[in-house]
Design a binder for this molecule. Structure first.
Ligand code: UDP
Length: 244
């Protein structure tokens, strides 16, 4: 792989910055030390967070790449950044849930911690001003946020990623409760899994203690937020890579 250098910044989000490179089809993604929750209302800076999310996300993307999942991720460059395919992000967040918690319980009044008989997929429209509302597939189609093909590919890839990640985390004593994925299209119009997969975007529960090992520690002021991220990285990086 040729070495790419960071050119001008093209985007800054809540958790990452994107930079142009020599190749218009490739971007460098740099992870930040910022935490945000509740649509940006709650914020904090924690030194070391960007590094941990970059390491965790790169490890997970590498694992998915080996299993043929179409990804924007190319490689981790250093402690804070990744090289990725430049994509145009679809304005939909895809959430998959194995166990009930979070906004699902608040919205529908269902109990916490119920194991679902099969994974539940939801779409949210990415719009900060609206607070990322839950939408139906028909909304996405009729307002042009995605095509029928995009929706069916997103659902198929999301369920596959869920299966792969459950199998990755189970032997590490981690329950994959739910997570959020984002997708984008490359310059050829191909749909790729994008963004990040980290304790910011997943709920991880310790299988034996039930401890929260994810951003809920920040959302709910449970303390030792980075300790939980560190623990995810410790288990992921220390796993027997011949088995998984
Ligand atoms: N999630 C995310 N970004 C968002 C909203 C949700 O990464 O903007 C993730 C969240 O970390 C969890 C899953 O998606 O793993 C489901 O989140 P939920 O809808 O329960 O929302 P919350 O309770 O976090 O508001």
């Amino acid at each position: 792989m040729a070495a790419y250098t960071k050119k001008e910044q093209i985007y800054e989000g809540k958790a990452k910055k994107l930079f142009r490179t020599e190749d218009p089809d490739k971007t460098i993604i740099e992870y930040k030390d910022s935490f945000t929750a509740f649509n940006g209302e709650k914020r904090a800076e924690m030194s070391g967070k960007g590094r941990l999310n970059n390491l965790i996300s790169s490890e997970i993307f590498g694992f998915l790449a080996k299993r043929g999942v179409p990804l924007h991720f190319i490689e981790r460059i250093d402690e804070l950044s990744q090289l990725a395919v430049m994509v145009k992000i679809l304005p939909l967040e895809v959430v998959v849930r194995n166990i009930t918690t979070g906004s699902l319980c608040k919205r529908l009044g269902v109990g916490e911690g119920i194991k679902l008989p099969r994974p539940l997929i939801e779409f949210y429209y990415k719009d900060d001003a609206l607070g990322d509302p839950l939408v139906t597939e028909d909304h996405a189609l009729l307002f042009g946020w995605a095509t029928e093909d995009d929706l069916s590919s997103m659902k198929r890839i999301t369920l596959r990623v869920n299966d792969i990640l459950k199998a990755l985390f189970e032997p590490l004593g981690i329950v994959l409760v739910d997570f959020k994925l984002e997708f984008g299209k490359n310059s050829a119009g191909e749909l790729l899994l994008a963004d990040e997969i980290s304790p910011d975007t997943c709920r991880f529960w310790d299988a034996s203690t039930g401890d929260r090992l994810d951003k809920d520690r920040f959302r709910k002021d449970l303390g030792d937020v980075l300790g939980a991220y560190e623990e995810i990285w410790r288990r992921l990086s220390g796993r027997n890579k011949e088995l998984s």
